[in-house]
Design a protein around this ligand. Structure first.
Ligand code: 5AD
Ligand code: SF4
Length: 473
């Protein structure tokens, strides 16, 4: 079989990153292996996102680039997958003659058959069928990269919440949860290949299993916590209304569950929350944060925010800033509201000027930056245990002007802080030894989005617990 080259451009969330891996996996039997060079590809897949207008524009601009590449290489097969494919379907083929295949979010497992047909007959195909249940015969995860320490695992898909700004229920379909046995099989297989940390993915993992009556998400976590050889569990994303007491207690109870929760609040104003159809109030949200911190005092909390939702007044926006001050997040993502197809908020009056949205976004980011700076400063001088993910891809010097021949690494704390650190220059054999190990790092300083420090002598090992709670230096 001739080696064929597959180029995948993934835009959007971790779910798409996971899907990209599955796409690569299902195409292996057809002889495809990954390439980073789109110019030399035989098959180019654009794994699209439509959550915000900008993401969709990014997909179409890349597809424009592919049209030119295909002029030079007419044999190139161009496939569009993900949420824009689901949303636009046939319209993409009509508008873009260079596209051969449009496949929706639930068509990944039918991909090999479709690609085979296109290779043989050069036909054009659209498959945006939504199958109500998760495919029973889905493969157990895609290929791993060399020395991969952390991996994503989808536990559920789709969303039944219908937040009024959101396109997800329309492009990812209704909630469906995978059977716990399949999830455990997948994680077991990842661990046998060297993975130490898994991030469980779903649009709303907190409602895992409800519909199917499988087990609760907390019970699933408990089973995953018992897997030998697995050291860390993370999950994303959570809906505040579904965050149960049982799950809150997991943070204090399950040793492998990382001390971080991403709990998107979107707005600090109750009227806006109601119009977003979020089904909680700011008081209810703050109460959950309080209980999370009671269960696990050093839990890191991050969130998503939308600024400039239709009708948002200055006072309502101020309440969002107040909420940020109250919670003091460890990090956040903030977005300017944009209308999305089929999302009911698109029909609301009181649209906010782009300039006002930009200004609010900047104010919000400035506030969080100040909080992050203070929080990072408080970490300096403390020791944190990190899971080493590999050599640091961040080439920044560890010190001003430092040029010593050291090797730089990066890892994450349980709280999901990225830490870059150095060790004396090592051989490539030692490189493999450190990747996937735990190490205590003395934090010496902070960048805007990460920290740096030095490894504590003799602390490298396979045990996650040692020094896992931060130790005052
Ligand atoms: N406009 C702006 N931001 C949005 N998000 C979802 N839909 C929109 C929209 N129409 C944001 C929310 C969500 C994150 C993934 O994207 O904050 O949590
Ligand atoms: Fe979208 Fe709301 Fe579902 Fe999240 S919970 S995916 S924001 S509809």
């Amino acid at each position: 079989m001739n080696a064929k080259r597959l180029y995948i451009n993934t835009i959007g969330c971790q779910m798409n990153v996971y899907d990209a891996n599955l796409i690569a996996g299902v195409l292996v039997p057809l002889g495809y292996s990954g390439t980073d060079s789109v110019d030399s590809a035989d098959l180019a897949v654009v794994n699209t996102c439509t959550i915000r207008e900008k993401a969709e524009q990014k997909a179409f601009s890349f597809l424009g680039r592919l049209a030119k590449i295909k002029e030079a290489n007419p044999a190139l097969i161009v496939a569009v997958g993900g949420c824009v494919a689901q949303q636009e379907g046939q319209a993409i083929l009509r508008r873009m003659p260079h596209v051969d295949l449009v496949f929706g979010t639930q068509a990944i497992f039918r991909l090999p058959e479709m690609v085979r047909r296109i290779e043989a007959t050069r036909c054009r195909i659209v498959d945006v069928r939504m199958t109500e249940t998760l495919d029973a015969d889905r493969p157990v995860s895609g290929p791993l990269t060399d020395g991969q320490v952390a991996a994503f695992v989808t536990v559920m898909r789709g969303c039944d919440n219908f937040c009024t700004y959101c396109v997800v229920p329309h492009v990812r379909g209704r909630e469906a949860s995978r059977h716990p046995d399949r999830i455990l099989d997948e994680i077991g297989s990842l661990v046998s290949k060297g993975v130490r940390e898994v991030t469980l993915l779903g649009q709303n993992v907190n409602s895992y299993g409800n519909k199917e009556g499988l087990c609760s998400f907390a019970q699933l976590l408990e089973r995953i916590n018992a897997i030998d050889g697995l050291n860390r569990i993370r999950f994303t994303t959570s809906h505040p209304k579904d965050l149960s007491e049982e799950l809150i207690h997991c943070f204090g109870r399950l040793p492998k569950l990382c001390r971080h929760i991403h709990l998107p609040v979107q707005s600090g104003d109750d009227t806006i929350l109601h119009r977003m159809n979020r089904n909680y109030t700011t008081d209810g949200y703050l109460d959950k944060i309080k209980r999370l911190r009671a269960s696990c005092p050093d839990i890191a909390v991050t969130s998503d925010f939308i600024v400039g939702f239709p009708g948002e007044s200055d006072r309502q926006f101020q309440r969002t800033l107040d909420l940020i001050e109250t919670v003091r997040y460890d990090g956040l993502f903030a977005f300017m509201y944009s209308d999305r197809p089929n999302a009911p908020a698109a029909a609301l009056s009181g649209k906010i000027d782009e300039a006002v949205k930009k200004e609010r976004l900047q104010m919000l980011l400035n506030l969080q930056e100040a909080i992050t700076r203070e929080k990072h400063a408080a970490m300096v001088g403390q020791i944190y245990r990190v899971l080493v993910e590999g050599p640091s891809r961040n080439g920044q010097p560890l010190d001003d002007g430092e040029t010593s021949p050291e090797r730089r690494w990066s890892g994450r704390t349980s709280s999901n802080h990225i830490v870059h650190f150095s060790t004396p220059q090592t051989t490539s054999a030692e490189k493999e030894v450190l990747t996937g190990e735990f190490a205590d790092i003395m934090i010496e300083g902070a960048f805007a989005h990460s920290l740096w420090g030095r490894v504590v002598d003799g602390s490298v090992g396979s045990t996650p617990e040692k020094g896992d709670a931060s130790i005052a230096a």
